[in-house]
Design a protein around this ligand. Structure first.
Ligand code: SF4
Length: 383
């Protein structure tokens, strides 16, 4: 099957071009500590050798920037950096990368007194000076509060409006070398958001992703559901599969991404499961350099095993690897866990239940889950 691609413009990122009719590029992200240069170079190279076109690295501070300089020297991968909290790091990372990703929600929060448009202009100036591309990376869970307030009942609409608003800022600045992503952990929202955006801006290349898809095989299924629906409609110029995997297997995100692309191109749509809202949904983040305790991946797997008894209850449990994104990204889950160096924090939606050691957390989660099932009086979903 050959699907017609959207007529997006070409955006060069190092040696690869996104959009403009080029093959869909596949990306992944290092989960090593950026300051562990040897491990980060090894992982970036493993991703590149597996067929990764672009490798993302997290940078949070000046020491990470120093490490990035060395990583850049030692790898041939096209590099992109994710600016999280501090957008002003852009200037320091720019000489060492091919693209910068910023999150409009995070940009809103940093230096609040400054108009967002001015912060975007600063990023454009940095990108121009260093011959870089930009990605406007919107996450449904961290849309800026102004837009959330405008669309309180429709988070997908808020996500799409945020992306369109930032496209306007970049257009006004006369900067065209950008791509957009609209991500969520639920495939339905990813499909809706990307379809709406592509209709409004068919010229802008799209980076596809289901964030925090989780552990294979469920994480692969969620991602496949979204990608099949979008790629078959000609939407998507680059993609990332976000899986919870140990470091030695991180490059498998590329293998999975390439397999999905090959299947869609060949018309091999596995029975596309409608992602089931009527059963237990375990979300876990793909892990990255911000994980402070390596037991996180093991914990995510243990949660999945332990909760099989509740699989026919319509509940969501989120397991996140760090304190940077964990607290916010667990807000919408019925039960949320986010990992610190020695303790795991447990939440019921926005409410904190407490912090527990890695040995205590599973029984505690189990009793919270039992209580929730009882409280809802939820008989297992029929069928
Ligand atoms: S939740 Fe934290 S550890 Fe997990 S991918 Fe996101 S930033 Fe990395």
């Amino acid at each position: 099957m050959t699907s017609k691609r959207n007529p997006t413009r070409a955006v060069r990122v190092g040696s690869v071009t996104l959009g403009g009719g080029q093959p869909v590029a596949v990306q992944s992200m290092c989960a090593t500590r950026t300051q562990d240069v040897d491990a980060t170079v090894e992982q970036a190279e493993a991703i590149r050798r597996a067929g990764g076109d672009v490798v993302r690295v997290a940078v949070d501070n000046d020491k990470d920037v120093e490490a990035l300089r060395e990583v850049r020297r030692q790898t041939r991968a096209n590099l992109v950096v994710d600016l999280q909290e501090n957008y002003r790091l852009a200037e320091s990372v720019a000489p060492h990368v091919d693209k910068i990703r910023y999150n409009p929600g995070h940009l809103w929060h940093h230096e609040k007194a400054k108009p967002v448009r001015d912060k975007v202009r600063y990023l454009v100036a940095v990108a121009r000076a260093h011959d870089l591309a930009l990605r406007i990376g919107v996450n449904c869970g961290s849309v800026d509060p102004d837009l959330k307030a405008r669309f309180p009942e429709d988070d997908v609409r808020a996500m799409v409006e945020s992306a369109l608003e930032h496209c306007r800022y970049l257009d006004e600045a006369g900067f065209e070398r950008y791509v957009v992503s609209l991500k969520d952990s639920h495939p339905r929202k990813v499909i809706e958001g990307n379809r709406a955006f592509a209709e409004a801006r068919p010229d802008v290349p799209l980076h596809l992703g289901v964030t925090e898809a989780g552990i294979p095989p469920e994480g692969v299924i969620k991602t496949r559901v979204a990608f099949e629906q979008l790629l078959s409609r000609g939407i998507g110029d680059t993609l990332r599969v976000s899986l919870t995997l140990p470091n030695a297997r991180k490059h498998e995100e590329i293998t999975v991404g390439r397999q999905i692309l090959a299947d869609v191109a060949a018309g091999r749509f596995r029975s596309v499961p409608v992602f089931d809202d009527d059963k237990l949904n375990i979300i876990s983040c793909p892990s990255c350099s911000r994980v402070e305790n390596e037991r996180f991946v093991e914990l995510a797997e243990a949660v999945k095993q332990m909760t099989t008894y509740a699989e026919r209850h319509a509940l969501t449990i989120a397991v996140m690897g760090c304190r940077v994104n964990g607290p916010g990204e667990t807000d919408d889950a019925d039960l949320g866990l986010w990992c610190g160096p020695t303790h795991v924090n447990l939440k019921r939606r926005r409410e904190s239940v407490g912090a527990f050691t890695y040995d205590e957390i599973l029984p505690r989660l189990r009793s919270e889950l039992d209580a929730l099932i009882e409280l809802r009086g939820s008989a297992p979903v029929a069928g």
